[in-house]
Design a protein around this ligand. Structure first.
Ligand SMILES: [Fe+2]
Length: 159
């Protein structure tokens, strides 16, 4: 993230395991998300390249700890045929705030998913209709008042 990145600080941690519970050391957690205003690097010109995008490797116990900020909701593009469909259907164009993730490990199947935030705007009416209860995070305030923290584990199927 940029130095002094605006927004609510978020410590996102967890463990990557095999289906038998074995921790997967050296697994890859690839994370990217929008910023506190709902903008992505590589798309919004004023944001540095690769801001809020990173690849992390789990430790010997399969654990990861990522310090970032909570993203904001954003509207999908409303031009072109997609915009015509949204207008014709009377939908809004908003996606709830979310983290994008790819989690992988040797000998296991890749997980590509998104995680959402409990109680967030548009969580019930995602234009992409991609929210599932098991994908909703419920961060809590850190004891030191510096932001929020949440734990989420991933279990990878064998390849
Ligand atoms: Fe997104």
């Amino acid at each position: 993230m940029r130095e002094g990145e605006p927004g609510t600080q978020l410590d996102f941690s967890g463990q990557v395991r095999a289906v038998d519970g074995t921790p997967l050391a050296g697994a890859t957690v690839d994370l990217w998300h929008a910023d506190d205003l709902g903008f992505y690097s590589q798309f919004a010109p004023e944001i540095p390249e690769w801001n809020l995008r990173g690849t992390f490797t789990t430790d010997a116990e399969g654990r990861f700890m990522i310090h970032t900020v909570q993203p904001a909701p954003y509207q999908i593009p409303t031009d072109g045929s997609c915009g015509k469909l949204i207008a014709a259907a009377g939908w809004h164009a908003w996606r709830p705030a979310h983290l994008h993730l790819k989690v992988s490990a040797a000998g296991h199947q890749l997980i590509t998913t998104q995680l959402y935030f409990d109680g967030g705007d548009y969580i019930e009416t995602d234009i992409a209709d991609a929210v599932k209860p098991e994908l909703i995070l419920a961060p809590t305030a850190k004891a030191d008042g510096s932001g929020n923290e949440v734990v989420y584990d991933f279990v990878l199927d064998p390849a």
